[in-house]
Design a protein around this ligand. Structure first.
Ligand SMILES: [Fe+2]
Ligand SMILES: [Fe+2]
Length: 284
């Protein structure tokens, strides 16, 4: 049954709705399991982002209400992915891994202004994150034949696309107020894309998968994560990402430019994948 917040955002599913009775241990891929565990930790950490966003947008009560509901949904993504991972790997303890992640990776929840320089900049960055997550769960769902994970990815993907729309909608209000140009917006957007190689995902991969005595190293765990995630993407997935990223920056691409930029992005991903596969093979 759908649940609606005061703002109209809906939480359309519960963990108990998933087809757990159809769980099939024979269809678990170890590589997918490793990145599902990492994703669970990042999603579950959404409360810190909600605190950060609520500080920045404290004057906008309507948006703060949306942020609270958004955090509930993101946290549920973490709980559901964690529950699936524990079913798939009985040695995995989601609570312990989550505590390990939180102990080593913190965002600045005391900030009162956006690290992006403005509220609009913050919302562009949020749109980029939701672009990334919606595409990630799309490719994960396509890659697995395990029925529960497939169903879960479909539900999360729908949520992430709705989150993109939520932040994009609020972005229009702040863009009208701040009037920042498209080039500046593009710089913020592409900057956030680049940040996907920062510690957040690499450290989550480490916290979820590395032995307790392993020492964290960003390059090694970025490689380990990318080597498992990048091969899941097809040209159509990348094209969608390109369109959504540019749209968040106020640019609607023609078919020619969308295809051209997709070709470049695909090439960059292939080069990075080649590099990280060599690195991962050498180190992990
Ligand atoms: Fe999420
Ligand atoms: Fe989201």
């Amino acid at each position: 049954m759908d649940k609606y917040s005061q703002s109209g955002l809906h939480q359309s599913w519960q963990i108990g709705d998933l087809p757990w009775q159809a769980f099939d241990a024979d269809k678990i891929s170890p590589d997918l399991l490793a990145i599902v565990k990492a994703a669970a930790l990042v999603e579950y950490n959404a409360e810190d982002y909600a605190t950060y966003l609520a500080n920045i947008f404290s004057q906008d009560e309507g948006f703060c209400e949306d942020i609270r509901q958004w955090a509930v949904e993101e946290k549920q993504h973490g709980e559901a992915l964690g529950a699936w991972a524990m079913r798939a790997d009985t040695a995995f303890d989601f609570a312990t891994a989550s505590a390990r992640y939180k102990a080593g990776y913190r965002i600045n929840i005391d900030a009162k202004t956006s690290i992006r320089g403005s509220e609009a900049g913050e919302l562009i960055a949020r749109c980029i994150v939701e672009t990334g997550t919606s595409s990630y769960y799309t490719v994960m769902g396509n890659a697995t034949e395990e029925p529960v994970l497939k169903a879960l990815c479909q539900r999360i993907t729908a949520d992430e696309l709705r989150h993109y729309k939520l932040f994009f909608g609020h972005l229009q209000t702040y863009i009208a107020r701040e009037k920042i140009g498209r080039l500046k917006r593009l710089a913020i957007g592409l900057g956030r894309v680049q940040e996907s190689e920062d510690d957040e995902l690499a450290f989550a991969y480490y916290a979820a998968n590395a032995p307790l005595d392993a020492v964290y190293d960003r390059a090694s765990y970025t490689s380990a994560y990318m080597a498992r995630a990048y091969p899941l993407y097809r040209a159509g997935n990348i094209e969608r990402v390109v369109a959504m990223v540019f749209r968040a920056c106020g640019i609607t691409l023609s078919t020619f430019w969308r295809k051209a930029i997709t070709a470049v992005a695909t090439l960059i991903m292939k080069i990075k994948l080649r590099r990280v596969q060599m690195h991962a093979a050498a180190t992990i």
